[in-house]
Design a protein around this ligand. Structure first.
Ligand SMILES: Cc1cc2nc3c(=O)[nH]c(=O)nc-3n(C[C@H](O)[C@H](O)[C@H](O)COP(=O)(O)O)c2cc1C
Length: 218
């Protein structure tokens, strides 16, 4: 099987978590004897090539991050420029996000199923998984721990050309965390994580506090 893979993140390839996930996912695909070509929506210079590949491919996989609980605007802008297919292509999605609970990706997932139909494609399913905030902050073994789990999913996609396998459904993990975990996460966000975010912001040149609300109505 050959697949057209589109990274739908607006972040440039170098900084895109989706790209790091695809690196591992495509390792799995190759293990199943599948091939792929990958493009990035963040690079507008590739758009013409992607449109061409979109019009010719039998298997299309869009890998995308959840942005504000749904699909990134830049990806939508690109998709509004493609010619819908005539039912001869299968469109699947890899939807990933920062927060870990599966429930917050379900609205995006429902939209993606509709989107495949609107673009004249059959729907090959969506691989849904959160807990990916930290990929670009991690290196080496720590990063491998988060992204490495996608290799097995790539193997299945390379074998089946879709995400119908029960292992892909189970891959999401918990829909909602139990109450004690939710309380613990809330506490961590206010303490440890806040410290980490403040440090990262400083390193990236942020001069005002993260709690700054310059547009707040006073
Ligand atoms: C503008 C913006 C909005 C985001 N919205 C959400 C969200 O609603 N839910 C969530 O879990 N993660 C959200 N995230 C986190 C991203 O989904 C997550 O970091 C993802 O791994 C980024 O992938 P990328 O680097 O390929 O863009 C958001 C990130 C950004 C920058």
């Amino acid at each position: 099987m050959h697949a057209l893979i589109i990274n739908g993140s607006p972040r440039v390839k170098k900084y895109s978590n989706t790209d790091k996930i695809l690196l591992k996912f495509t390792e799995g695909m190759a293990g199943s004897g599948s091939t792929f070509e990958q493009y990035e929506i963040s690079d507008r210079l590739q758009w013409e090539k992607i449109r061409q590949a979109f019009s010719e491919s039998e298997n299309i996989l869009i890998a995308l991050p959840l942005y504000v609980e749904n699909i990134p605007g830049l990806l939508l802008e690109f998709l509004s420029t493609v010619e819908p297919r005539n039912g001869e292509a299968k469109m699947s999605f890899l939807l990933q996000s920062g927060f870990a609970e599966g429930c917050q990706l379900r609205c995006g997932e429902a939209y993606l199923e509709k989107l495949a139909g609107r673009l004249g494609c059959s729907y090959g399913g969506t691989l849904v998984k959160g807990d990916n905030f930290s990929i670009r902050l991690f290196e080496g073994e720590q990063r491998e721990k988060v992204t490495g789990r996608y290799t097995a999913m790539g193997r299945i996609y390379g074998r089946d050309g879709n995400f119908s396998d029960p292992a892909c459904k189970a891959f999401t993990g918990p829909e909602v965390f139990p109450l004690p975990i939710r309380l613990l996460v809330g506490l961590m966000m206010k303490t440890l994580a806040k410290k980490g975010f403040d440090k990262a912001a400083k390193e990236w040149g942020c001069e005002r506090p993260l709690s700054d609300r310059p547009y707040a109505v006073r």
